[in-house]
Every structure is written in C-alpha cells, then in structure tokens.
Design a protein around this ligand. Sequence first.
Ligand code: NAP
Length: 300
Amino acid sequence: MTGQTVLFTGASRGMGRCAAVELARLGAQVLLVGRNQARGAAAAEAIRATGGSAEFLRADMGDAAEVCALATAVLARRGPVHVLIHSAGGLLPADTRTHEGVDRGFAQNFLGAYLLTRLLEQRILASAPARVIAVGSGAHRLLKSADIDALIRPGIPQPQMGSHQRGSYQMRSYQTAKLAVTTWIYGLARRWAGRGVTANVLDPGIVKGKSGSEHFEGPAPMRILMSHVIPFFVAAGMEKGSQQYVRLAADPALASVSGTYFVSGTEKQQCSSPLSLDPAVQQRVDDAAEAWAAPFLPGS
Ligand SMILES: NC(=O)c1ccc[n+]([C@@H]2O[C@H](COP(=O)([O-])OP(=O)(O)OC[C@H]3O[C@@H](n4cnc5c(N)ncnc54)[C@H](OP(=O)(O)O)[C@@H]3O)[C@@H](O)[C@H]2O)c1
C-alpha cells in the first residue's frame, strides 16, 4: 500500500480503526474520518506513533454540510484518493432528523457516503486504479420491501413511540440504509466499468463493535441480547472483522473485482437480497439519493 492514500470513514474505533492501523502498517497514508474529535485524533496519533502516516478529519457523515466540508478538505489536499472506505455507521435514536428533515440514521448510514463519493468522484476516477468499499450488513436481507421515500422525505416527529416501535423504527432505518448502500454500489460498479475504479460491498458478518447496540432503543430483552449475548457468544473479534477490510482494500487479486457482495471476506453474491438485485429498487435508490444530494453538488 506504499504510496496509496486511503480515505476511511468510521476509522476512529471498532473494525474501522483496526483496519486503518493495518493499512498504515502496510504503508498507506490513511485519512481517518469520525465524529468524535478526541477519539479520532487519538486513533491517528496511535498510527503515527508506530511510524505510520495518518491524519484525522472530523466530520459527521449524517450532516450534509459537514460531508461537503470534508470533501472540500480532501480536494484541497490535491493528492489522489486510491481507496475510499465507507464504514461510518450504526444506529441512532429513532426518528432523529437532519437539518433538511431526513432520517438521520439513514443519512449517516447511506446518504453521507453517497454525497461524499459524488463530491470526490472526479478525484477518485483520476486516481485510478482505485477502489471504493462500502460496508453493508446482512441486516438488509430482513427487509421485505423498501420505503426509501419515507426516510428521505421530511418527516413528522413521533415522540410518543414505545420501545417496541422505537426499536423497529431504528432497525428499519438501518436495514433500508444498508440495502441502499448495496444497490448504490452495484450501480457505481456498472457506471465505472472499464475506468479502473472498482466498487464493492463488504458485509462483515457479526463482529464485536458498538454499531448495533450503543443507541438501540428496543425492549430491554432485545437490548441485552444485542449488547451482551450476541457480542459474547456469536460475534467474531474485531481484528478478524478488520482483516476483511484490508483484503478488499489491498489484495492485488481483487484489483479488478467490482460490483461484488463480500461476506466475511468471501465473495457471496447469493447473500445480497433479491430486493437489492431488483433493477427497479436500484433505480429508486439512485434517483432518491441524487435528488437529495443535488443541492449540495457544485453548480447547483
Ligand atoms: N459490528 C457488526 O457486527 C456489524 C455487522 C454488520 C455491519 N456492520 C457495519 O460495520 C461498520 C463498523 O461497525 P463497528 O461495529 O465496527 O462500529 P463501531 O465500533 O460503532 O464504530 C463505528 C465507527 O463509525 C464512526 N461513525 C459512526 N457514525 C458516524 C457518523 N455519523 N459520522 C462519522 N463517523 C461515524 C464512529 O466514530 P465516532 O463514534 O467517533 O463518530 C466509529 O469510528 C458500520 O457501518 C456497521 O453498520 C457492523
């Protein structure tokens, strides 16, 4: 990875941080992105302390203005972006809205990645060979239908939701965002075919991390299941989870593999839900995301 620049959202803790450390160890210059200044700065400092090259860029991927500022900062560096990894994500309290009224969970898990990629698209294409990796989730398979518009349209706050409703709201937002990430990446892979830039989805499986449990507001037994039982009995270690990121970013054997769904590091297109492979759903996701992003794009 020597000479390669990796822009990595969600690299201040969890699997992202582990993978960033390893990519820096392999020689990459890593630009870490996260919301929490202290945590992100400490992660970058830890990499530099071992001789690696790292810088922290603070941005909330659920906030369009912050995503635009992040893109401006990256473009101002004038250097290439060889690998863009979208790993920022997780649950947010139910029905939290962005300034534009969009569901904030959906924004941080999908729209922010979409906007950042749109703003950096020319730089990424000019950096070819390059790779875009978006972290999806097997949770998208639980969706039987997708109502993108309900999450993207300014909503009416629903303060009186009980814990059951709050938990299912959060899960629906998360699952829909991960479905959207998946279909969007397939479209990118098709659009960029032959241009030296690959786009793939990484579903890490169940890995120790806070993304699924920290803000979960469902009923208490479900909260215990998600924050204690699953991490203890089922989840893989963070290091193991992070190896998948490193493989997708660095393995020469994957240099021209694109539009693929990886589960725990293995190509498993059959684990991408029928909904995610439906051209009509793919088109709806792209149309909705592009319409949302349009006001933030240059020349708008
Ligand atoms: N762990 C699993 O079992 C699992 C399974 C399937 C998919 N995933 C996906 O894998 C990714 C990483 O999961 P993890 O469990 O390692 O997560 P984690 O330990 O909670 O770490 C999440 C990372 O994302 C950053 N982040 C979260 N929201 C952000 C935002 N709005 N803007 C900028 N940065 C943000 C966090 O930084 P700050 O807190 O500093 O903002 C942190 O660096 C997530 O996309 C998650 O949905 C995880």
